[in-house]
Ligand binder design. Sequence first.
Ligand SMILES: [Zn+2]
Ligand SMILES: [Zn+2]
Length: 212
Amino acid sequence: MIKTFTFNPLSENTHVVWCNETLNAAIVDAGMYDRSECEQIRNFISENNLELQYLLGTHAHIDHIFGNWWIRQEFPDVPYFLHQEDIPMIERSETMAALWSLNYTPSMQPNNYINHGDRITLGNIELDVRFVPGHSPGHVIFVNFNENWAIVGDTVFQGSIGRTDLPGGNHELLLNKIRTEIFTLPETMQLLPGHGPNTNVAFEKNQNPFFN
Ligand SMILES: [Zn+2]
Ligand SMILES: [Zn+2]
């Protein structure tokens, strides 16, 4: 099961993933920016009796980690998983916040690094990790083959792709990785991006102007 919230001044999608049988849950990209957005996550978890097991990061741009400090405070035992190549993004976040006049409480460092080919288990749910750098150097996506969806962060959006003008970005690499790691997923698979509406593999293969 998956529920998506849209948070913070950059309209970032934060996802809660859980197993209906065991109620084990993970948050993917904690973008909560203010008290009311943190409350929405707290209420959703408690109303559904979920047990939070992991905080997972697709990547560590500031809009995807605004709420990390709150997760560490509220759920001190929940480990944070991120690809090692995105550590510099955490370190750059205070500078980015100042540049964009955004409030930012520093994120914790990851407890574990995740890599291409890893599988994260939440009760009966399996999330396969694929490495899709280019928007950021350590960007990963989380694929749930059983429920036919993938959380793709800022790699591909409905009719667009992630920006590559930020430090560590690489346009050609991003295009190649979308082709080899996302367009090879089942055509009907739903894609849940880090911004904007959901899409699917067939639509992006056929309609996305960056590939046509
Ligand atoms: Zn990003
Ligand atoms: Zn983003």
